[in-house]
Ligand binder design. Structure first.
Ligand code: DON
Length: 575
């Protein structure tokens, strides 16, 4: 697809430093960052990676070919995304990993950002009590303490190759550069104003003449940061030079993150949120992501309604799914937040009787307005208690990772001298009860800001197991639309018997309780829209693509069908 007179082949350096007992040097393999194609679908026998950028998917497969497992490949893909997909791939953000390992173990790793120690509940309110969403969404004050690097190292215990080897493709891509796609050029051009406004040191992304497809992006500062991580491990980010650069950036821009905040950051393994659906086991992320629980609620609210027989995009099916989505999101607003700080009644919210009760006022003939769908009444008090990548290998390991800066390019602030964007994840907290965040989501006490607390997420990295083995690996970006897109992709596959491509590409829709409207993308059936309007539904303006779903399904013969969304540069690779 791309041509450049100077064709450079990036040589993956196979480093000699191996852990005891691990496979030794694999043959040298290459990625060509100056000439590459975007594959939307592969059928692979040995392993597959689907991510938002072809070079990142290639980095993952290169690691698989070098003897790495799916966890190794997920780490290398995330690091490469931090270079080639600065919109969302990151060092300065956070994410979640859901994995199923060869030995049958399932994992949920939380490396969500944390509120800085000096953060407080009303930090985004003006003196008159009004919310200031500019401050929670843009610039230094919008950043939580980054979790990604801690997460990568926490996941590395399940990997096979040395971290130094997994980070090398990212270093090479940053240092030697890669050519950008048309959509990257467009988004960087769109960003120029914000880059000037929210940066104290002009970052490499600022350019006098417009970016265009085929331009080379070299990121020397970022390469230096990656090398510090390569040399010193997580301390190469949370301590020393990188930490110093982050803290200085915060001081220049009146942000809150301190050296102590960075040093204290920890990634946490948590019990995955798992449930059964018609014989499948669905494994997702627990709090502080609402994703696993919302998916659970939505799947259970349709389980006994024979949605398969209603037909894909039938009025009946869409109306049912809309009502289910509405009810789940009403609960999100009231009850969900970081379980380390707020007692989220997870068991009750996913109780079968509770969910049946939630559907009692469901009427297939008309809309149930959100004004009468309050968050569910708990049966009794609970007793004690934005980019996605999918990877699979032939050993039986499957990894779903969703990672984010929140908004595209996060806070728009690049750490001066360190070359990476900081997140604007603080906006995922409820900055004031009832005030919508950038995705329109509302919340209250459960998701109020507290120092050290993690903001509620919608990210839904998900695995579906069949007979205890990986069957589907799926996830998407898209803010609050994430759980509803994963829900619809799974319903498409498990209930409407669609092919993986159809399940991913077919137009999607979304309802999140408030605002009380159905959001649709191009291709939503106009007759259904009209019929639903007559039933009392409001529709928001049709929007561009909803989500960018990356999905792998294991075929009956054991091969992997890996499908990248056609809503972006997303690419599937395998071998
Ligand atoms: O964690 C969340 O729910 C959001 N920060 C995700 C943001 C996102 O998906 C942006 N992508 N479009």
């Amino acid at each position: 697809m791309f041509h450049k007179s100077l064709l450079f082949s990036l040589l993956l350096v196979i480093l000699s430093a191996c852990k005891p007992g691990q496979k030794n040097a694999a043959p040298a393999l290459t990625i060509d960052p100056y000439q590459y194609t975007i594959n939307k679908k592969v059928i692979a026998e040995n392993g597959a990676v689907v991510s938002a950028h072809p070079l990142a998917s290639k980095a993952g497969v290169l690691i698989l070919r070098s003897g790495g497992n799916a966890v190794d490949a997920a780490i290398a893909t995330q690091l490469a995304l931090a270079v080639v997909y600065p919109n969302a791939g990151n060092l300065g953000g956070g994410g979640f990993m859901v994995a199923h390992l060869q030995d049958g173990k399932t994992l949920a790793l939380d490396y969500r950002e944390m509120a800085p120690g000096a953060a407080h509940r009303d930090m985004y309110l003006h003196a008159n009590g009004e919310a200031d969403t500019d401050k929670s969404q843009l610039g230094h004050l919008s950043s939580g303490v980054p979790g990604t690097v801690a997460g990568l190292f926490a996941s590395h215990q399940y990997a096979r190759l040395p971290f130094a080897q997994l980070i090398q493709p990212a270093i090479d891509l940053a240092e030697k550069g890669f050519i950008i796609t048309a959509s990257e050029a467009r988004s960087l051009n769109y960003l120029q104003g914000d880059l000037k406004k929210y940066n104290t040191v002009p970052p490499v992304f600022v350019k006098k003449s417009p970016w265009k497809e085929g331009d080379t992006l070299i990121q020397k500062d970022l390469a230096a940061t990656l090398k510090r991580i390569q040399k010193k491990g997580a301390a190469g980010f949370y301590e020393g030079e990188t930490a110093r650069l982050i803290v200085e950036e915060m001081k220049r821009g009146t942000g809150l993150i301190t050296a102590a905040d960075l040093k204290n950051y920890t990634a946490k393994y948590r019990p995955p949120h798992a449930f059964d659906y018609k014989g499948y086991k669905i494994v997702g992320m627990p709090m502080p992501s609402s994703g696993g629980l919302l998916l659970h609620q939505m799947m259970k609210m349709i389980e006994d309604r024979n949605i398969g027989a209603m037909g894909f995009h039938s009025l009946q099916a869409i109306q049912l799914m809309t009502e289910v989505e509405r009810r789940a999101f009403a609960d999100r607003a009231e009850y969900m937040g970081d379980g380390d700080f707020y007692k989220v009644p997870v068991a009750m919210l996913s109780n079968d009787v509770y969910l049946q009760n939630r559907m009692r006022n469901y009427d297939p003939a008309k809309a149930t307005p959100s004004s009468i769908i309050k968050p569910g009444e708990l049966l009794r008090a609970e007793s004690e208690e934005t980019t996605h990548l999918s990877v699979i290998d032939k050993e039986g390991n499957a990894v779903a990772v969703t990672t984010t800066l929140n908004n595209s390019y996060g806070s728009r602030t690049v750490v001066g001298g360190a070359g990476f964007f900081l997140n604007d994840e603080m906006d995922d907290f409820s900055i004031k009860p009832g005030v919508p965040n950038m995705y329109g989501a509302v919340g209250g006490e459960a998701n109020a800001i507290k120092p050290g607390k993690r903001m509620l997420s919608s990210m839904t990295p998900t695995l579906v197991l069949k007979n205890g083995k990986p069957y589907i690996v799926v996830g998407t970006p898209g803010g609050t639309t994430i759980p509803t897109q994963v829900f619809q992709t799974l319903v498409n596959m498990l209930e409407f018997n669609m092919s993986t491509e159809e399940a991913v590409y077919k137009p999607k829709f979304h309802h999140q309780w408030l605002p009380d409207e159905v959001m649709t993308e191009k291709g939503f059936p106009p007759a259904v829209k009209e019929a639903m309007q007559k039933m009392g539904y409001s529709f928001s303006k049709e929007r561009g693509g909803i989500g960018r779903t990356e999905c792998i399904r294991v075929l009956p013969d054991g091969r992997f069908e890996a499908v990248a969304d056609n809503r972006g540069d997303d690419a599937a690779e395998g071998f």
